[in-house]
Design a protein around this ligand. Structure first.
Ligand code: CO
Ligand code: CO
Length: 317
């Protein structure tokens, strides 16, 4: 990746972080990100909501506050009516508004399938940026949403998933990471990321490598969406599990032997997944209680940060 020389670019390409951060002055930095996805659901309004929540999340994951968003749309205008496009934009607008930001325009390009996302610009204090390079040995790890949406969406196309499990999954992914991030502002967050396309293991690896530590994850503590494991057990997967697995396989270790289908949940790609944060051990109970109290009810303490022993970046025990 090209390197930038401007000292005001506090976070750029090199750390696989969630968003770029550019310092304007001593008190304000811009947080900028763009994300675009294909529809995980058929309903255009819901698609817009999910895509927006997903894109906004990268600003929350940096400790920032989103301000201005632009639509990024790919649309087959000769196959789909304008009401579909309007539904997508209306869905996005509802989430952008809920995030405390504005939707200020955007761009639509002809495409053979719908794609939707946002470019998001926010602000953060330059000294209070949460990156994925700050986790420290002894920190606790907290995850704010269960994993498993990737396999559930795929399995749902074959009608394998109950309506109840699908509804629960959708409710989780349309939930903004705003409340979680706001609660975290009162704690000493050392490292943070949101769990998206690379799965819990892939994004955990970014934190582990970026911080030069090892993440120890408690297998029994990781929150998992209802029916997601059953889908892997039944042979369902996603188009990216294989690639995600290749990225982590040499660097992860399971202390307990799990069937391969069970391991797959840790590389399950998330859309609009939760925040994964590292903070001082002694603050972990306080943060967890505050998250649950604020309604971020799926939050769990899932592990701790250890010194890197030279071999494994992720240890599942
Ligand atoms: Co992210
Ligand atoms: Co992203």
């Amino acid at each position: 990746m090209p390197q930038n020389q401007d000292p005001n670019l506090l976070v750029g390409f090199n750390t696989s972080d969630d968003a770029a951060v550019y310092r304007l002055d001593d008190n304000t930095a811009l947080v900028m990100t763009a994300d675009i996805i294909t529809p995980p659901v058929d309903d255009p309004h819901l698609f817009g909501q999910i895509a927006a929540a997903n894109a906004l999340s990268d600003v929350f994951a940096m400790g920032g506050r989103p301000l201005v968003c632009l639509n990024l749309v790919g649309f087959p205008a000769n196959q789909l009516g304008p009401e579909i496009l309007h539904g997508m934009v209306a869905g996005a607008l509802s989430k952008v508004t809920e995030a405390g930001a504005v939707l200020a325009g955007g761009h639509t390009t002809e495409d053979d399938e719908p794609k939707f996302g946002l470019s998001v610009t926010g602000i953060v204090h330059p000294d209070k940026v949460w990156t994925n390079t700050g986790a420290r040995v002894g920190d606790a790890l907290i995850l704010t949403k269960p994993i498993g949406s990737g396999v559930l969406f795929n399995a749902n196309r074959k009608d394998w998933v109950s309506q109840q499990a699908m509804d629960a999954c959708i409710e989780i992914i349309v939930t903004l990471n705003r409340t979680a991030a706001e609660v975290m502002q009162s704690f000493e967050i050392h490292g943070a990321t949101d769990v998206t396309g690379f799965g819990l293991a892939g994004h955990g690896l970014e934190v582990a490598e970026g911080s030069d530590v090892t993440l120890r994850i408690d297998l029994d503590a990781v929150p998992i969406m209802d029916e997601a494991l059953a889908m892997y057990q039944r042979g369902m997967t996603t188009g990216v599990n294989g690639v995600n697995r290749q990225l982590v396989e040499a660097k992860w270790h399971f202390e307990r032997e799990l069937p391969t289908w069970h391991e797959e949940i840790f590389v399950d790609p998330q859309t609009s997944g939760g925040l994964l944060v590292a903070l001082p051990e002694e603050q972990a109970d306080g943060l967890l209680a505050a998250l649950l109290d604020a309604g971020v009810g799926h939050s769990r303490r899932i592990g701790s940060v250890e010194a890197f022993g030279g071999r494994h970046r992720l240890i599942f025990g």
